[in-house]
Design a protein around this ligand. Sequence first.
Ligand code: BG6
Length: 479
Amino acid sequence: MVKLRNDFLWGGAVAAHQLEGGWNEGDKGISIADIATAGTNDKPREITDGILKDQFYPNHEAIDFYHRYPDDIKIFAELGINAFRTSIAWSRIFPNGDEERPNEKGLEFYDKLFDELLENGIEPVVTLSHFEIPYHLVTKYGGWRNRKLIKFFVRFAKTVFTRYKNKVRYWMTFNEINNQPAINKGSLLTNSGLLLKKNENAEKLMYQASHYEVVASALAVQIGHQINNNFKIGAMIAMVPIYPASSDPKDIFKAQRAMQARYWFADVQAKGQYPKWLVKYQEDSNFDLDITLEDLDVLKAGKVDYIGFSYYMSMTIKSKENEPANYKYEEERDIVNNPNIPTSEWGWQIDPKGLRYSMNWLNDKYGLPLFIVENGLGAVDEINHNHQIHDDYRINYLKDHIEQMEIVVADDGIDLIGYTPWGFIDLVSAGTGQMSKRYGLIYVDKDDSGNGTLNRYKKDSFFWYKKVIESNGENLGNL
Ligand code: BG6
């Protein structure tokens, strides 16, 4: 017998820039997602200097949800979800990011979207910043390297909290705030809008920008609670547990430090203070960060109400000979293959049991309600001439993870708010810009070059998930 909350949220998750399209409609400004070209697993997306004529930008049209949302929501209602996680594109509300007054047309769009959802019995769950900061904040201020971004973000948060205070209950501040590794390569960082300058210390910059983000998040939490004290405002972290490759104590410590380095963001957001190891590490590294006493008070006063997290995979780490005591975690360098679990076509190691491990770890550490706000399998789908998509592989992936989620609730007694699988309607991949990396239960007819009718078709996984929801998670059987 599964004991999910009575008000358990069964939903689906997306992000504005990955599905809306309408990139320059309703007086929207350019976001960093609008200047990202299409890539593949082997060829990274490029960030161009503004919009170039001969380039293809997959997020410009995405799946055209901006125009099609009323029809799409009918399909969502048929699926039976009661929650829809999306983000508010910052550049719809503040096109440049630094205006004093919001763009009314952008606010109206989300009013209509949220009303349509609510009329269909679907509660919007909203992320404030999901890889889509206004590009102007990058060119004029250097993105989150600049303290001024705190003010701009807080203004944005206050505007949308006030406007939607009776329509939205669950909020998250920054999507996958701990996903900051691309900085090592000097590329524009999706979360923080950073371009590395010549000879700049990337690690220091990451800590500085992240500090401004956690302060902005804490201020938003405080303001949100003042606007409506029923708001639940969460952190959102990319949860990828890192296992030691063996029982060698060197591997064990390395995995522990990797976990500390990956999850200190949640420590700050949930506990209101930096962990001791990090304070020491930053001091020893002579980063000389701009962290004021006032900031530290803000962090204490702006603790989150729950931990939202994405879960796709686990990683494994192995030590090397003669590693220094102050080991620096570097994901791309240090992760090794885990031979015990399979790997997806995009190289992600699939590990349903790791979800149980992760949720217990998060619960032990923070003791806050948890919310699985992303989970899913990116895979190539084939559509037949009857417009059917037999995606058993996706059903199996979701089933295995939901099974673990239910064990966590029933056997481990952990408080879980809901489950919103990622990209439950096909959308543009954030990592590669592809359409062919599909997560959806609903197929969208569009290819990687932007061709297709944009028609929607229900995959086998759609009918399967519908039954899961109808039975409140009791019926996980295949069709
Ligand atoms: C998460 C993001 O990292 O994973 C989403 O929050 C993203 O925006 C999802 O789409 C899946 O990643 P990808 O690269 O396959 O789109």
